[in-house]
Unconditional design. Structure first.
Length: 146
């Protein structure tokens, strides 16, 4: 945007100075005017060459930016893959812990059930025996079992 303004400024300056030089000096010949035009044209070409050089530098920067974009995309893919591996490992660990707890507690729960059944059977047997033996019934009452 600034470059276009600069070119317009140069063009207006050139167009503005031509009539001033014609009115200020009537001694200019057609050859002088042509020579002035050639000088202005050369200056404009020089500015155009500089603009072309800037365009090439900008193109080089665009290529570098594209290279950086590709590198950033690669890093994003690596990070996403890394997070996937981490989350998969966490899920596997939690699943293993839950499975291990259930499988480790299962034998203890079965043993507790067996012991509770045996305890109930012993308690019934003691109560039945206490019905037949009054001294034994009294001992169970003192112990708080009857």
């Amino acid at each position: 945007m600034g470059l276009k303004k600069f070119l317009w400024f140069v063009w207006i300056l050139v167009l503005g100075t031509i009539p001033l030089t014609m009115t200020a000096s009537a001694d200019l010949t057609k050859h002088d005017i042509e020579e002035i035009r050639m000088v202005v044209k050369e200056e404009i070409q020089h500015v155009n060459y500089r603009i072309d050089g800037l365009d090439k530098r900008i193109d080089g920067l665009d290529k570098r930016i594209d290279g950086l974009d590709k590198r950033i995309d690669g890093l994003q893919e690596i990070m996403i893959g890394g997070f996937g591996v981490i989350f998969t490992g966490m899920f596997a660990l939690i699943t293993f812990v839950l499975w291990d707890r259930r499988s480790a507690l299962a034998p203890a729960v079965r043993r507790q059930d067996v012991l509770e059944k045996k305890e109930d059977a012993i308690e019934r047997a003691l109560k039945d025996f206490a019905m037949k033996e009054p001294r034994f019934a009294e001992a169970l009452r003192v112990a708080g079992l009857l």
